[in-house]
Design a protein around this ligand. Structure first.
Ligand code: PEP
Ligand code: MN
Length: 339
């Protein structure tokens, strides 16, 4: 159930309503919007008492009580009609500005990372990506630098002022990764690893949830529900392509996810055209499509020498390629009224 508060209510009134919601057997989740505060009350509506009584009990405070039909309660737009914005180290995702997260697939060395960070920053990226713990299909392939990679990301952040996003691969690393990153990335292979999602939520850092390789949109939204229902309201979804019969591209980038997520959810949507197509020469076109459709951010792999990359060489843009892409994207971004 969703409880909508009247505008300008006091903390004391709010606390009284929350207490009554708990007394009736529900877990309240507060979502503060610009104009209104709403509360998602999670609990079994069949066995618990109705929340309709709140309107009569608190007529000055509660404006309405609405059932949420969707299985994904807190993620749904029904629960939270306005778009949510996420603040990662001062960078706002889901606002007017389309944020670009760029950097190598894997952190490989100090030189590789710092060179890339400086170049992407100069070209207009605001967030540095780079995997320190890598989910590789083969155990014999480069697994990432681990903690040393995290330290290099922190160094690059200090040198450039970029915020950092990196993947969390295991619950065991949750604290460690959260110490170094500004956004926790949950990869496609772990998109339904629910214990990992809970651990990511509990770091308190914004969470970027990739779509699983064969995940339906409803499953993806429900996975996101694990983040919001575990006390973390900073969730963004990231479409990175799904497995289909097509082998011309690495994955099939489902750009329809953008309008669908916008329709179903208040959380920002990010597009990753690099994993999405697996081919550097397709990245620019997919970015333009993503911008036109209303994506809030782009996650793009960039490497100083893609041919020598230790992972995902074929899909990473070179530094000049990224500079050219940013220039090419500008009129598209302006055409949709964004920055
Ligand atoms: C990546 O971002 O490098 C990555 C491994 O992504 P995904 O989980 O989408 O495959
Ligand atoms: Mn990659």
């Amino acid at each position: 159930m969703i409880i909508v508060f009247k505008p300008n209510i006091t903390k004391k009134d709010e606390a009284a309503v929350l207490q009554e919601i708990k007394r009736l057997g529900y877990r309240p989740h507060i979502m503060r919007g610009v104009a209104r505060t709403v509360v998602g009350a999670i609990g079994d509506e069949l066995t618990h008492k109705s929340l309709e009584s709140l309107i009569a009990l608190f007529p000055q405070v509660v404006e309405s009580v609405m059932p949420v039909q969707k299985r994904f309660k807190l993620v749904s737009r029904e629960a939270h009609p306005a778009n949510s914005t996420i603040n990662a180290r001062g960078i706002v995702i889901g606002g007017r500005k389309i944020q670009v997260m760029a950097g190598p697939c894997s952190v490989e060395s100090e030189r590789q990372l710092l060179t890339t960070a400086e170049a992407v920053k100069a070209a207009g990226a605001t967030i540095l990506r780079g995997g320190a713990f890598k989910p590789r299909t083969s155990p014999y392939e480069f697994q990432g630098l681990g903690e040393r990679g995290l330290k290099l990301l922190a160094k690059a952040r200090k040198a450039t002022g970029l915020a950092v996003i990196t993947e969390l691969l295991s619950e065991d690393h949750a604290e460690l990764v959260a110490e170094y990153t500004d956004i926790v990335q949950i990869g496609a292979r772990n998109a339904q690893n629910f214990q990992l999602l809970i651990a990511a939520a509990k770091t308190g850092k914004p969470v970027l949830l990739k779509r699983g390789l064969s995940m339906r949109i409803e499953e993806w939204l429900l996975a996101g529900e694990y983040v919001l229902s575990n006390g973390n309201s900073s969730l963004m979804f990231c479409e990175r392509g799904i497995r289909t019969f097509e082998t011309y591209t690495r994955n099939t980038l489902d750009l329809s996810a953008v309008p669908i997520i916008k329709q179903e959810s208040h959380c920002p949507i990010v597009i990753d055209p690099s994993q999405g197509c697996g081919r550097a020469e397709l990245v620019a076109a997919m970015c333009k499509g993503a911008v036109a459709m209303g994506a809030d951010a782009l996650l793009i792999e960039v490497h100083p020498s893609p041919a020598e990359a230790l992972s995902d060489g074929g899909q990473q843009l070179c530094l000049d390629g990224f500079v050219a892409l940013m220039a090419e994207l500008k009129p598209f971004i302006e055409a949709v009224g964004r920055e």
